[in-house]
Design a protein around this ligand. Sequence first.
Ligand code: XMP
Length: 527
Amino acid sequence: RILILDYGSQVTQLIARRVREAGVYCELHPGDVDAAFLHNQRSLGLKGIILSGSHASVYDKDSLKVPHAVFEAGVPVLGICYGMQAMAQQLGGEVNYSDHREFGYAEVRARGHTRLLKGIEDFTTPEGHGMLKVWMSHGDQVTRVPDGFKVMASTPSCPIAGMADESRGFYAVQFHPEVTHTIKGQDLLNRFVHEICGCVGDWTMPTYVDEAVARIREQVGHDEVILGLSGGVDSSVAAALIHKAIGDRLTCVFVDHGLLRLDEGKQVMETFAQNMGVRIIHVDATEQFMGKLAGVSDPEAKRKIIGREFVEVFQAEAGKLKQAKWLAQGTIYPDVIESAGAKTGKAVAIKSHHNVGGLPDTLNLKLLEPLRELFKDEVRKLGVALGLPHGMVYRHPFPGPGLGVRILGAVNTEFANLLRRADAIFIEELRNTIDPETKQSWYDLTSQAFAVFLPVKSVGVMGDGRTYDYVVALRAVQTSDFMTADWAPLPYPLLAKVSSRIINEVRGINRVVYDVSSKPPATIEWE
Ligand code: XMP
């Protein structure tokens, strides 16, 4: 395994993804781990350490130092950006402070004499120098390498853009190999983890399933487990995995708050209860939720009500399962990292996201989170490996409060029914429309797409009559991280067909509009 120490860069998660893509298991931890932690990692088979970048300078008084034990752990270390500067400074080199940042594309001359870069280059200059196309983002830079180190890469403005002390297995680069703008970044990281650290690269989904099943069995013993199944990707994959491990000792509670997509409840019951034989308690709490939501139009108030009612219903059901000792959740790695960020105050809450995650401690259950170490794409691969339907595993994300935040203002059953039908038509057409260039459907070409119900009426004409009905907005975005997003350039014929089908088939809606706002400044959901 590889350990990644995080010093606060925006792209640290990407290092972990690249290492996993190299087929190597890795974990990401805060940069101030202690010697005992490293000792424990070594007994777990630690083969190498990567030090991330940071928004900070090594000269900031509260910037984290790299624990000295890292350099004494006896495994190769790769420093990236801040990781390089910290390595240089702490091992006796020199770092020059600068308040001016160098940011973006750069061409780096790579000295092929190191094991890390040998044979890795994007092009050769007429003088015969091997060059790498990279992405840089730094202010400070190393001006003198520590004893024992040699310069490994350089640019005109950053003469020490890489350094290495191969006798100790210490390597460092000023640029970011983890971002895709660094063309050969994956090759460089592969080289580090496979050849320099000696990791085999056999971390694949099927082996992971066996390991994860064994781990769950060991953790849970003969106890029973309950899980709040939402029908979303994460809780579904968690349910399938735990079911594989402990069969009937897993009970899922599926709370239908009346704000699900068309036929979603039916699909969840079919997939899990009928096809897989998972024990599920299906609670139809539509009336309870609608009652509490009646007349409430403030988005945050609606989210809070939905969150609170969800917990109440779930708790009531869980309370009936006296033997259950564990509460399973579909927490995934980005959630773990994000909530760590929230604790250090780095994240700003724009919307209070309610997930099944917010269940109270009063249940007195131990937490089982078997997906804690996986990224979303890995969760999906795991779902496929476990035999879940492709369509379910590759579904767009759906917010916990469901249609509750897609019906603007006060929610009621009439609006929910109209929205469900309009949304289903939109999704069906996205799935059926194939882009001739990429051969993919527009559903797969968008990251999230849905209809939004606007509780305003506008005038229309249908046949010989005047209509005065509601408006639906279509939203479709493309994004890789949901933090920023672009509105999707859907083809006009697709929009035309969706619009005409919704207006013809959903009585009560006479106007369809397309949302052309990106995030920021808009958000993906309308509330
Ligand atoms: P926004 O609207 O903030 O959404 O751009 C970003 C992503 O988060 C989802 N989202 C939520 N998910 N509970 C959730 O579980 C929520 O309250 C919630 N609000 C937004 C949204 O669907 C998008 O994928």
